[in-house]
Structures are given as structure tokens and as C-alpha cells.
Design a protein around this ligand. Structure first.
Ligand SMILES: Cc1cc2nc3c(=O)[nH]c(=O)nc-3n(C[C@H](O)[C@H](O)[C@H](O)COP(=O)(O)OP(=O)(O)OC[C@H]3O[C@@H](n4cnc5c(N)ncnc54)[C@H](O)[C@@H]3O)c2cc1C
Length: 282
């Protein structure tokens, strides 16, 4: 992995502004000057020891205080596997509650990332519980998963706020769509459901077709929508969307453990073969 890791580190610099929260805040400020908002995430995932989970919770509390002080229009995003879901549900749920209630004091919105499908039930359960107590929480739904249309309905009926994504994790074909056109068709199906039934949601994609479709449907429904994109991917498209007057929010990950995040981005890059060739100087 050595040579690939070295080259991937260079590529990761496009997506991850640095290891410290100040790096992420600096990037959020740059984007804010260009009329784009942010969502900051601390990179660490699949934690299996309680001490490391505790440190992550402290990182978010400190991040929330800084974001509040800087008065940036900035959300945060948390991953269940960094808050203890791999250890036990109650630990995850209480950490999640702690972060969401702390953020609520500062009127900061907390997005709940959706990870591998094995955690989907527990993630949705904790989200629905939080939603009964707090308004500042949203959840990602992946169009790749066959269950997601029904999850979206359940969540919208409970008053939830959805961030619609295609899904970044490898899943088994009995529970997930494996062909791009199926994932896209399900994305459109869920998006149309959201336009008909939800007042506020996020269309998170770099797929221009999906963005144009959402803009066209929005003309009829006039919902409170935002567009989400990842830092360093299709920046010009994000600028265009923001300049058209649509809320555009960029997901900024920071932290030392950038590898898993960068690897997922790398694997979904437009042409993996070309990237590998250029990384290895072939
Ligand atoms: C704000 C936000 C939050 C997200 N949260 C989650 C989450 O909680 N859970 C989850 O599973 N996934 C999440 N994702 C990732 C998402 O599921 C997809 O894996 C990712 O967005 C790529 O899919 P796409 O919708 O951009 O469409 P695609 O069809 O994959 O890509 C459309 C176009 O975007 C460009 N592009 C996409 N990816 C890359 C890349 N890596 N490098 C260069 N160009 C690229 C290419 O031009 C491509 O043709 C999130 C994405 C965003 C934008």
C-alpha cells in the first residue's frame, strides 16, 4: 500500500483541508466569502474503544464552540461509528444526544451521516428519538439501498430533515442496487417524494443531471432545499449553484485519519484507472 498511500495523501489534500479544526474553519471562511455554506466533520470512524469515542465527543464540543464564536453559517456532521455504535447502542445514543443538545444551544444543525447498512436501523432509531427532543437534526439517506424509499417516507412522516445521497459504501446486491442507472433512478424517485412531501431537505450530489432536475422541480414546489457537495469536488458546479441563488453547502472533513475518507472518494472518482496510472507515474 506504501506508494499508493503516499500518492493518495497528495490527492487527499484536495478533499481534506488539514488535520486541525482550524484548517476546516479556515476553509469554511473561504467558502463563506464565495456565498457557500459549510458542514464540518471530524474524520474518524469505526471506533471500538470507549476512550477514543470520548475524545471524539470532546472534539465536536470544542468544534461547536468555535463555530459559534466565529458566527459562520456552518453545520456539523457526525458519523455513528465515531460516537460508539460499534460498542453499543446506548453509548452511541447518549453521545449523539449530548452533541445535538449542545449544538442546539448555539442553533447549529447536526447532520447524521449514514454509514454501512449494518448500522442503518440503529442510526434511524437514534435519529427518530433525537427528533422528538430537538429540531436541529438531519439524516442522510442513500439511494443505493433498496430500503431507502421506505426509510425516507418514515422519516418525513416523523418530521425529519433528509440529506439525499447516492451512498458511498460497498453493499451486497440483495439489499442494494449495484448498477449506476438503478441507483440514479432510486435517487430521482426519493427526490420526487421529498418534493411532494417534505418542506426542507438537502440534495447532496455532484451529478449535474440530478441538480438540474431538482432545480426544475423546485420551480413548481418551492421547498426549502439546499445543495450539498464535498469539499474539492466539482467546485465550479458548487459556485454556479450558489450564484444562481440556491443554498449550497460544502462538506468539509478534517483530521489526521483521512485515509478511509480519501479512499472512498478515490474509488468513486470519474476514472479510477486514469487516477491509478497517474499516481504510479505509469
Ligand atoms: C454533502 C454530502 C454528504 C454525503 N454524506 C454521505 C453519507 O452520509 N453517507 C454516504 O454513504 N455517502 C455520503 N456522501 C457521498 C455520496 O453517497 C456519494 O458517494 C458521492 O457524493 C458521489 O456520488 P454523486 O452523487 O456525486 O454522483 P456520481 O454519479 O458518483 O458522480 C457525479 C459526478 O461527480 C463527479 N465526482 C463524483 N465523485 C467524484 C470524485 N471522488 N472525484 C472526482 N469527481 C467526482 C464526477 O464528475 C461524476 O461524474 C455524501 C456526499 C455529499 C455531497
Amino acid at each position: 500500500m506504501g506508494i499508493i498511500e503516499d500518492k493518495l495523501r497528495i490527492l487527499a489534500g484536495k478533499w481534506v483541508p488539514g488535520p486541525r479544526k482550524d484548517d476546516a474553519i479556515k476553509r469554511a471562511k473561504e467558502l463563506y466569502a464565495k456565498n457557500q455554506k459549510s458542514t464540518i466533520n471530524y474524520i474518524k470512524e469505526h471506533i471500538t474503544d470507549k476512550q477514543s469515542v470520548k475524545k471524539v465527543v470532546q472534539k465536536y464540543i470544542s468544534l461547536l464552540s468555535d463555530v459559534h464564536m466565529k458566527t459562520l453559517d456552518c453545520d456539523i456532521a457526525v458519523k455513528p461509528t465515531q460516537l460508539g455504535i460499534c460498542i453499543n447502542y446506548n453509548l452511541f445514543n447518549s453521545n449523539y444526544e449530548k452533541i445535538v443538545s449542545f449544538a442546539e444551544k448555539y442553533r447549529i444543525f447536526v447532520w447524521t451521516d449514514m454509514e454501512n447498512s449494518v448500522y442503518a436501523n440503529a442510526t434511524i432509531k437514534a435519529y427518530l428519538a433525537a427528533l422528538k427532543r430537538h429540531k436541529n437534526v438531519g439524516i442522510a439517506i442513500q439511494s443505493k439501498l433498496k430500503r431507502s424509499y421506505h426509510d425516507a417516507k418514515l422519516l418525513v412522516k416523523a418530521g425529519g430533515t433528509i440529506r439525499l445521497v447516492k451512498g458511498a459504501y460497498k453493499e451486497n446486491s440483495n439489499i442494494a442496487y449495484t448498477k449506476r442507472r438503478q441507483v440514479d433512478a432510486n435517487y430521482i424517485r426519493i427526490m420526487k417524494y421529498l418534493f411532494r412531501n417534505s418542506k426542507k431537505f438537502m440534495i447532496a450530489t455532484h451529478d449535474k443531471k440530478m441538480i438540474c432536475k431538482a432545480i426544475a422541480i423546485q420551480k413548481k414546489y418551492k421547498r426549502n432545499i439546499s445543495f450539498g457537495m464535498l469539499n474539492g469536488i466539482r467546485g465550479r458546479l458548487a459556485e454556479e449553484t450558489a450564484n444562481k441563488g440556491y443554498e449550497t453547502r460544502i462538506y468539509i472533513p478534517y483530521g489526521k485519519e483521512w485515509f478511509a475518507f480519501a479512499w472512498r472518494r478515490f474509488m468513486e472518482g470519474v476514472n479510477v484507472v486514469l487516477i491509478i496510472r497517474s499516481m504510479l507515474n505509469l
